[in-house]
Design a protein around this ligand. Sequence first.
Ligand code: URA
Length: 168
Amino acid sequence: RTQTVFGVGSTAARWMFIGEAPGAEEDRQGEPFVGRAGQLLTSMLKALGFAREDVYIANVLKCRPPGNRDPRPDEARCCRDYLDRQIELVAPALIVAIGRTAAQNLLATDMPLAKLRGTVHALGERRRPVLVTYHPAYLLRSPGEKRKAWQDLLLAREIVGRLERGET
Ligand code: URA
């Protein structure tokens, strides 16, 4: 990697998005989700009424794995304290885990993405709400699934709304 890619956005954000690891473009720019998949994520945020600056975006890994391979468990473990501290400091109302690898790492599970989507998971002692959705890189390959990803984001919006009204 050429540099660490730590995170970007508002530290007062109510929404936090957590992806897998920086890719080539992220490694070049030092910012998460700025490549092709990132541009799709940015468009999805816009459709929800958010600019990138309104949310907080980070990854499980802070460094690009060689050749974009999947993060290894020891690498995820190395970065975990940084991620946990980011979550603690931003203290978002809701975390959206982006894609299978991020979700499985974050939630320490090997459940498939299809099973992880659609329900609110509780993270850590504070039981922070986590929703899981498709990775935009997958949506670029399978545009037919975009509708389901949009449903995930609408569910996310409903949950944040409920939490902010003190209903949960
Ligand atoms: N994919 C990710 O999971 N994270 C990024 O930052 C970019 C692409």
